[in-house]
Design a protein around this ligand. Structure first.
Ligand code: BJW
Ligand code: ZN
Length: 258
């Protein structure tokens, strides 16, 4: 039973803005990959109910128990590689063709956006697709690193250990990523937040930036979040249902080739 009326009826006061916007940003979290079969972090049964973040997602945890942390990420990488992008990922890949300026900012490390065809992408929390040396920064595709050494982190030529190229708690985001994302959020006419609890900073601060700079804020999430009260439109439905419907509704109020 779909949760949304389809075709989706956009509020009349938003239609002119959505119809002529040239700059859009989408900001995604783990919820967008739920319908692909991957767990979110903070929902019931989510990743942080299976392991404690301080035991798995910090540099300190990796240094204390490198084999445990490496094997856990090797398994997560295996699961992410085995599932497919869902209609929400594919809908966002189309947004690159709909808007003259579009940027996808994701907190996800699962690689499903690039696999769905998104190219204008900022991966704020890194990616599971690569391993990198904890000491010299040398990078190797995760598949090769896991094939070489599934149970413990491979040792780099420099003597350092390879780790997943994700951002753990207490670590800085990839160089320039937050700066570029903040710039895009500040210029966005439409800012679409999808499948994130908005709990993790500095990433979640982008929603405030976009709101303060005047973007039309749209949220897709079956549950309310701390940012719901700022949203001009809240679609309380799974992303795989809501995003294709929203995409068609926006296309319907845009003149061709804008
Ligand atoms: C659906 C759905 C469906 C379900 N459709 N939706 C300011 C205030 C407070 C704390 C801090 C602060 N600034 C920094 C901090 C500390 C910390 C932090 O934010 N902690 C908070 C948790 C309290 N931040 C950091 O440590 C960051 N680094 C940093 O700040 O460095 C500064 C520094 C300065 C000087 C020196 C050194 C450092 C780094 C954060 C890294 C986060 N990493 C993780 C793990 C990645 C690796 C891995 O995967 O293991 O990233 S944590 C985890 O959370 C992951 C995610 O990207 C991130 C966000 O989670 P997300 O995507 O929002 O998922 P959920 O589960 O929370 O929400 C899912 C949502 O989907 C829910 O709302 C559902 O309802 C919804 N949903 N089904 C649509 N079908
Ligand atoms: Zn090295």
């Amino acid at each position: 039973m779909p949760l949304l009326d389809t075709p989706l009826e956009l509020p009349a006061e938003l239609r002119p803005r959505l119809g002529k916007a040239r700059r859009a940003v989408a900001f995604t979290g783990a919820g967008i990959s739920k319908e692909s079969g991957l767990d979110t972090f903070r929902d019931v049964g989510g990743v942080w109910q299976q392991v404690r973040p301080e035991d798995m997602a910090t540099l300190d945890a990796f240094r204390r128990r490198p084999a445990v942390v490496w094997s856990w990420y090797a398994e997560r990488w295996g699961r992410a590689s085995a599932v497919a992008p869902n209609p929400a990922h594919f809908a966002l890949a189309r947004w690159e063709e709909i808007f003259p300026y579009f940027t996808l900012v994701t907190q996800n490390v699962d690689g499903l956006h690039p696999r769905a065809g998104s190219r204008r992408l900022i991966e704020l929390h890194g990616t599971l697709a690569w391993a990198r040396c904890d000491f010299c920064g040398f990078r190797l595709p995760m598949g090769e690193a896991v094939a070489k050494s599934p149970d413990r982190p491979p040792v780099c030529d420099c003597g350092g250990l390879l780790r997943p190229a994700v951002v753990w708690f207490g670590e800085t985001l990839p160089p320039g990523a937050m700066e570029r994302a903040t710039e895009e959020a500040s210029l966005a006419e439409i800012f679409l937040s999808i499948g994130t609890s908005g709990n993790v900073y500095p990433a979640a601060g982008l929603i405030d930036v976009a709101h303060q700079c005047g973007a039309c804020l749209i949220e897709i999430n079956p549950e309310p979040t701390p940012f719901s009260r700022l949203a001009h439109l809240s679609l309380r439905a799974p992303a795989g249902e809501a995003l294709p419907a929203l995409t068609e509704a926006i296309l319907a109020c845009r003149p061709p080739n804008t």
